[in-house]
Design a binder for this molecule. Structure first.
Ligand SMILES: [Zn+2]
Length: 340
């Protein structure tokens, strides 16, 4: 046996017995969503300005590429490569603290952010919200996108209300900001078939509030973002989330977050490649407010997930993780459920 054959055999042995297969360089981006920048706002939607500064400092010191959302989406859509350590910052609603607390830090660090605004509170000149002129002042570092007119739950609404909420906000933003990118963030991260289908037919890209990582195989009408408010903003949570990767999923079923009848809904995940046995045995999921879930595997590329107890009324999540080949990094997937 000559040397090259020995080396080839050795390589095969290494590939078979390495716990992680070597895949192509992952090509995805972690999107973060903030709401208020305040020490005394509601905990679930507030991030301390001091902690936000620590986030930006961490991103700078660890060589993250903080990109505008539109660049990330166009790269994912055209399947162009993104820098590794890709991050994009977003903030929903349009609170004044974005302008007074976050924007000066964005300028200091020269990091872009995308802000999804609900237009009616701005048009009404509520004191807690930014003004159109403040929004214009933050351009081009801060891009402004659509978060509906009145911030209604876009579930079980009439076709007319859905159109009014989305189209009228889009027109107001186009008038005030001279931009017309069709990016929409669902209020509360919630949608049903009608609002989803409207956005799809009108050519929008839409963003949710479930945790996870944007990738070329994401549902472009429900792109995940990690919440960075309250306890999730703490540095141990932040540093874990920013280095997550998109779970290698080809498809998941059902698409809908609304379920009825069976209160322990089954989620089916089809992976885009065969998992290694190490990955499979370390793939784990839990349900918000409950313990670990049931997993039923079909080979190395498909799994069904369901909880032990009925999901509560309101929102629930199945969160799934799997270790990446680098220690301390995880693939992440989250499914949001809505029990009406
Ligand atoms: Zn919102």
């Amino acid at each position: 046996m000559n040397l090259s054959k020995i080396l080839l055999k050795l390589l095969v042995v290494i590939l078979i017995y390495t716990p992680f297969s070597s895949h192509a360089l992952e090509n995805d981006c972690v999107l973060l969503v903030y709401h208020r920048f305040s020490d005394d706002g509601p905990k679930s939607t507030s991030t301390s300005p001091e902690i936000f500064k620590q986030h930006l400092e961490y991103l700078k010191n660890n060589n993250y590429s903080v990109l505008p959302l539109k660049n990330v989406i166009s790269s994912l859509q055209s399947k162009e490569s993104l820098p590794s350590n890709c991050i994009s910052l977003t903030a929903d609603d349009g609170f004044l603290s974005i302008y007074t607390e976050a924007y000066p830090l964005l300028v200091e660090y020269q990091f872009p952010m995308s802000v999804f605004v609900s237009t009616n509170p701005i048009d009404k000149k509520y004191a807690s919200m930014m003004t159109w002129s403040q929004l214009r002042e933050m351009a081009p570092l801060v891009d402004i996108y659509n978060h509906s007119v009145n911030h209604l739950h876009l579930v079980n609404q009439s076709a007319q209300i859905i159109e009014d909420e989305i189209l009228s906000a889009q027109e107001r933003i186009a008038t005030e900001m001279s931009t017309n990118d069709k990016f929409f963030a669902y209020p509360y991260g919630e949608f049903d078939d009608s609002s989803y289908s409207y956005l799809k037919s009108e050519g929008y890209i839409a963003f949710g509030q479930q945790s996870g990582v944007a990738s070329q195989t994401s549902d472009f009408l429900n792109i995940p973002r990690f919440s960075m408010s309250g306890p999730y903003a703490q540095m141990n949570s932040f540093s874990l989330k920013v280095k997550t990767l998109a779970m290698p999923i080809e498809s998941s079923d059902p698409r809908s977050m609304i379920f009825s009848g069976d209160l322990m809904p089954v989620l089916n995940l089809n992976f885009s490649r065969e998992l290694t046995s190490y990955e499979k045995s370390n793939f784990s999921c839990y349900v918000s407010g409950q313990d670990k879930v049931n997993l039923k595997w079909d080979g190395l590329q498909s799994v069904s997930i369901w909880p032990n107890e009925p999901l509560a009324i309101g929102r629930s999540r199945y969160n799934c993780t799997m270790p990446y080949k680098e220690a301390g990094r995880y693939y992440w997937f989250s499914k949001l459920w809505l029990r009406l």
